[in-house]
Design a protein around this ligand. Structure first.
Ligand code: KG4
Ligand code: ZN
Length: 331
């Protein structure tokens, strides 16, 4: 079964062709980061307008690279939430239009389910049940994936998402948006023990909090000025250590308590080098199986939406022309 996956929930216009929910034939991502960077974050209205410009060329490119036409596609899957309403609407309307023009079915997919199920695109992929941590710019949530379509939220952030903490910290440090990659790269040259930043919410819960960490960085900068050179690398490394330490500890603790042997991290922050290394090491120490998606599948893409749409379709879900974008869709 050939699925065309379409993603326009935030600032990436993406389309992919995926076979049977497992094999990626093409995966095209057109990012708008250069447009939003000068504003220091995503401007919703600019995002919608640029999706409108990019979406059909991106779909065309995905089909061309897969050496397919719309006639070959069996299902159109589109992110219908959560995300920015105007941005989501572009994808949803395009999916409806393509469905109407071709007579092919379409289905609305949940963006978070997409991140969680991107792991199915690995050659060796876990079958449910597994424990999945979604860490992105908009979300930091821990789910028990009991079966496809059955997700239980067991923990989440009480304030900022992990990616948001990265982006806000980058802003304080004068680094470009989005802040995850620049901080990650600087952190690799720095000393993670240079500054002891706070770890919030220790103890017997699976929630996290990052606003205190962000404020600690702000206070540090107010006191000492914006660091440069090695001091900047040290601050980035210390911040990154605090984020990765808390997330990996909570993930492994939840696995032990809830009796999971298979762990997944996903979403943009799952691209982080230190988070990946710490999760891997802590899982190994306890004999748990850690699955890490390749970096390309961590950030927003159409392939993950094709997988989520494929699984939703197999569960019997069908989109119809009343399908609405839901910016706050809870899984
Ligand atoms: O999943 P994603 O592409 O979009 C959302 O659904 O939010 O995640 C984007 C987030 C941004 O906050 C970005 O700074 C962060 O992922 N990110 C990273 C890294 N690469 C991207 N955070 C930490 N380390 C990275 N290497
Ligand atoms: Zn995302």
């Amino acid at each position: 079964m050939l699925v065309l996956g379409l993603e326009t929930s935030c600032d990436e216009t993406a389309a992919a062709v995926v076979e049977d929910g497992r094999r990626v034939l093409s995966d095209v991502v057109s990012t708008q980061v250069d447009i939003h960077r000068r504003w220091g974050g995503v401007v919703p209205e600019l995002a919608s307008r640029n999706h409108i410009v990019q979406v059909l060329p991106v779909v065309h490119e995905a089909l061309t690279r897969a050496n397919k036409t719309l006639d070959d596609v069996d299902l159109i899957a589109v992110t219908s939430g959560p995300g920015l309403i105007g941005a989501l609407l572009v994808g949803v309307q395009v999916a409806k239009g393509l469905s109407l023009a071709t007579g092919k079915p379409f289905v609305g997919a949940n963006h978070l389910e997409g991140h969680l199920l991107a792991i199915r695109l690995l050659e060796v992929a876990p079958e449910p049940p597994f424990l999945g941590l979604v860490v992105s710019g908009g979300h930091t949530s821990l789910y028990e994936v009991q079966a496809y379509g059955q997700y239980r939220l067991v923990g989440s952030t009480r304030d900022d998402a992990a990616g948001e903490a990265y982006d806000k910290t980058a802003r304080i440090l004068g680094l470009p948006y989005p802040g995850g990659l620049p901080i990650d790269q600087l952190a690799q040259q720095g000393n993670p023990e240079a500054i002891r930043f706070p770890r919030a919410l220790p103890g017997d819960n699976f929630d996290v909090s990052f606003s205190g960490l962000k404020t600690a960085v702000l206070h540090h900068v107010q006191k000492h000025g914006v660091p440069q050179g090695q001091a900047l690398a040290d601050l980035c490394a210390s911040f990154q250590e605090a984020v990765a330490d808390v997330l990996s500890k909570k993930l492994v603790a939840a696995a032990r308590r809830l009796g999971h042997k298979q762990l997944v991290i996903c979403g943009g922050v799952a691209a982080n080098s230190r988070l990946r290394a710490l999760c891997q090491a802590r899982a190994e120490e306890r004999g748990l199986n850690m699955f890490l998606p390749p970096v390309r599948l961590c950030t927003d893409n159409g392939a993950m939406i094709a997988v989520a749409g494929y699984e939703a379709y197999r569960r019997g879900l069908r989109g119809d022309f009343r399908l609405a974008a839901d910016p706050a869709w809870r899984m």
